[in-house]
Design a protein around this ligand. Sequence first.
Ligand code: NAD
Length: 294
Amino acid sequence: MKIGLIGLGNMGGRIAKHLMKQGNELHLYDVNTELLEHFESIGAKIANSPKALASENKYVITVLPNAEIVKQVVSGEEGLITGFKPGSILIDMTSSIPEVTKNISKELEEQSVRMLDAPVSGGVKRAEKGTLTIMVGGNEEAFSEAFPIFDMIGSNTMHVGDSGAGHTIKALNNMISATTLSVTLEALAAGIKLGLDPYKMLKVINSSTGKSNSSENKVAQQVLSGKYEGGFTLDLMYKDLTTAMEITDHAKVPAAVSNSVYQLWEYASSQEHGNKVDHTVIAKIIEKIADVKF
Ligand code: NAD
């Protein structure tokens, strides 16, 4: 298939390579020219603007840092909207803000272009293997039409509702994920201070009711090892928590637990170079507050 893709970072770059391996013809754009040169050297076609990309591709995927950048790529100068032909589909895999998504979707609809919000979960490893979870909001016919693309990128794709529904679930999922990571590290900090071995604690937790994806796949691998290289930055998690807080506010859910977690991550992002460090660096903040070494 001919597919356009914008945003070749940790996730988008891996999704693009996986789609190329599957025999698709990829047409790419990013503001980072080094990334473009790399992808050109391995056989991808490069566009010089989102407009140019949209004018040649019926299906365009965006995997961008945040809602504001998606808006700019769609509606800014030389934006996608100025290039799309009627009938095209924009698949936004960014973890974005539902209200912004609904507005962009309406704007595109006026040009007979359909938008699906299709954020992903599973991180860089599953992006590489094409086994991501994809939660899709928007027009169901567009979803069916784009399904063959989703099927190559993910192993668990679900249509979850109208425009914005995918982005809503994604932010709420990461609210849970940030919470389990934070609370597991707090438990470990307390145990270490009382003389317990963190590896033994984790072994118990991972075969007990306290286990989570964070305890199974992040704490030993990124924190106790000192690697801190999961491929998902602290700022991106903080962004998702900010969106989740807007969603719980809007739904009038008090969210006392996740509000505390949000405050911890807000503090972390003010202390660290959040766009350069992995989100598991939250452990260093807990180390500092608790006066403990993981
Ligand atoms: P990243 O920062 O590694 O990549 C973003 C890419 O977008 C970069 O290559 C950057 O140059 C490009 N970009 C920025 N502004 C642009 C513009 N105006 N036009 C074109 N390209 C532009 O981020 P990532 O980790 O790949 O995350 C991308 C999205 O996926 C985010 O919304 C994130 O929350 C979400 N996500 C990430 C992960 C993960 O594990 N990294 C997992 C699930 C979801």
